[in-house]
Design a protein around this ligand. Structure first.
Ligand code: NAD
Length: 496
């Protein structure tokens, strides 16, 4: 079994108390790698390495063109190792190889390329001030040490979504991936070294959130926390920042409960296909998954009949088989959580239209597979319609008027991704102003690109990742004021 140490200061080091943990292939429930677990001392060493590198200027003062060159080299090596990375990603998360090869790793490569090029584009602004006595310009500066804390559902994509903008600005990073799927973000260490990244710019440590994660985010030398994960941990990190002697910049990318509204004039086939991707990609373990279908009465029967037929034809099974479409959930705990949501929904009055059970035909009983599930007769007030289930579960609610559907869509603590299908541009435009969401998909679904901002409102988070808007989250603003008038000001009228 492969062993991964801690990546600190461009060296692979053992954990100081020699603690290790195993990462499992959830589709087989078998260990696939052993990783060193960072103790408090290791966290301190990693943060100090990042701080020292940042203060040395070897990266923060480097010509942005040179920074970009190194990052582009990283992207090249990632591309050469795409198949290998995709294989690890699939085994570590339980998702089909078809997804990791075609989606996940490409996102990570694109993030490296996009933010490499953005590093050349960081520029200030000149502010015209009244009176012509001062030249005022704004400059953007890196934070220093950035902690990147990321979840298990898109390990490399989400780690690079944070690491890349941070280093593009000149900051140095300590990244801590989820211990449920830490392998690909850890392998990134090898790639960074091969590309010539200076030591200490990116440090990658592993361990549980409650210990390693807390030591990292609570470290006095960490100036910014970029977090992707659950609402509960997001709330804790706001507290960590507020209680820290020097408050930390925090950006949060949290959960979702994506509404999907299908108007009577929508393209039914297109809407159904995009909805299935919306709630089945990565077995529904996606923050912006479309998990609440608001379906107009006039098309209800035709839509449901086709939707159920297509969902029932999805292929579950061996994640290394290119034709498999649905893999395993991340863990037994997640499997039980999803199943109990469905059972409770039925107790609350919902009916199962398809799925609603584990997929446990041998040999898949060793994994944590759940059949894609659709629940009807759901009310917007039920738990299954309100909370993030993080599994392939869709709830369906009928409506008659668009305003009613929009009101139900907005009546949720989350506001990350939302979707609307209609062939009427007036409907699309009207609803675009009324729906509360960080990302609104109109006649498409779950399309997210590194070039455009990603993030949510309400309990879905604070701030944005990706795009130039995301890059700015990683930059401090300095307003510089240079006096250019004829005489210095003497406001109090001193004479001697
Ligand atoms: P999680 O909050 O349990 O863990 C996320 C990360 O935080 C992990 O690395 C974990 O080790 C660490 N962590 C846990 N407790 C910590 C603490 N006290 N201090 C510091 N770090 C700590 O989330 P998860 O179960 O890994 O991921 C699922 C959640 O992530 C879902 O809610 C999902 O919606 C959300 N998510 C959001 C986005 C987005 O872009 N908005 C993307 C993917 C996932």
């Amino acid at each position: 079994m492969q062993e991964f140490k801690l990546f600190i200061n461009n060296e692979w080091v053992s954990s100081s108390d020699n603690k290790k943990f195993e990462s499992l292939d959830p589709s087989k429930n078998l260990p696939i790698a052993e990783l060193h677990l960072a103790g408090e001392k290791d966290v301190d060493i990693a943060v100090k390495a990042a701080k020292k590198t940042f203060e040395s200027g070897v990266w923060s003062d480097l010509d942005p063109d040179k920074r970009a060159d190194i990052m582009l080299k990283v992207a090249d090596i990632m591309r050469k190792r795409l198949k290998e990375l995709a294989k690890w990603e699939s085994m570590d998360t339980g998702k089909p190889i078809m997804e990791t090869e075609n989606v996940d790793i490409h996102y990570a490569i694109r993030a490296m390329e996009y933010f490499a090029n953005q590093s050349r584009e960081i520029k200030g602004e000149v502010i015209p001030l009244p009176g012509n006595v001062a030249f005022d310009w704004i400059s953007y500066e890196p934070y220093g040490v950035v902690a990147c804390i990321t979840p298990w559902n898109f390990p490399l994509h989400l780690a690079t979504r944070c690491i890349c903008p941070a280093i593009a600005t000149g900051s140095c990073v300590v990244a801590k991936p989820s211990s449920l799927a830490p392998i690909t973000p850890t392998i990134l260490g090898e790639i960074l070294m091969e590309a010539g990244m200076p030591a200490g710019v990116v440090n990658i440590i592993n361990g549980p959130g409650g210990t390693t994660g807390e030591w990292l985010t609570g470290h006095a030398d960490v100036r910014m926390i970029s977090f992707t994960g659950s609402l509960a941990v997001g709330r804790k990190l706001l507290e960590v920042s507020s209680k820290s002697p020097i408050i930390k910049k925090v950006i949060l990318e949290l959960g979702g409960k994506g509404p999907f509204i299908a108007e009577p004039d929508c393209d039914i086939d297109g809407a159904i296909n995009s909805l299935i991707v919306g709630f089945c990609l990565m077995q529904g373990e996606v923050c912006c998954a479309s998990t609440r279908l608001y379906l107009h009465d006039d098309i209800y029967n035709e839509f449901m009949e086709k939707l159920v037929r297509r969902v029932n034809s999805l292929k579950l099974g061996d994640i290394s088989d290119q034709s498999t479409q649905i893999g395993s959930l991340i863990s037994r705990d997640q499997l039980e959580k999803v199943d109990s949501y469905v059972k409770n929904a039925v107790k609350d009055g919902a009916t199962i239209v398809c799925g609603g059970e584990k997929f446990d035909e041998p040999p898949f009983d060793k994994g944590s597979y759940y059949r894609p599930t659709i629940l009807e007769n759901v009310k917007n007030t039920m738990r299954c319609a309100r909370e993030e289930i993080f599994g392939p579960v869709l709830v369906v609610i009928r409506y008659r008027h668009l305003d009613e559907a929009i009101a139900m869509a907005n009546d949720n603590q989350y506001a990350l991704g939302a979707t609307l299908w209609s062939e009427n541009p007036k409907t699309l435009f009207y609803a675009s102003k009324k729906i509360d969401a960080g990302i609104l998909w109109l006649n498409t679904n779950v399309m997210s690109k590194i070039e455009a901002p990603y993030g949510g409102n309400k309990n879905s988070g604070l701030g944005r990742e990706d795009g130039t808007i995301g890059l700015k989250e990683y930059l401090k603003v300095k307003n510089n004021v240079l006096f250019i008038g004829k005489e210095y000001d003497n406001f109090y009228g001193f004479k001697d």
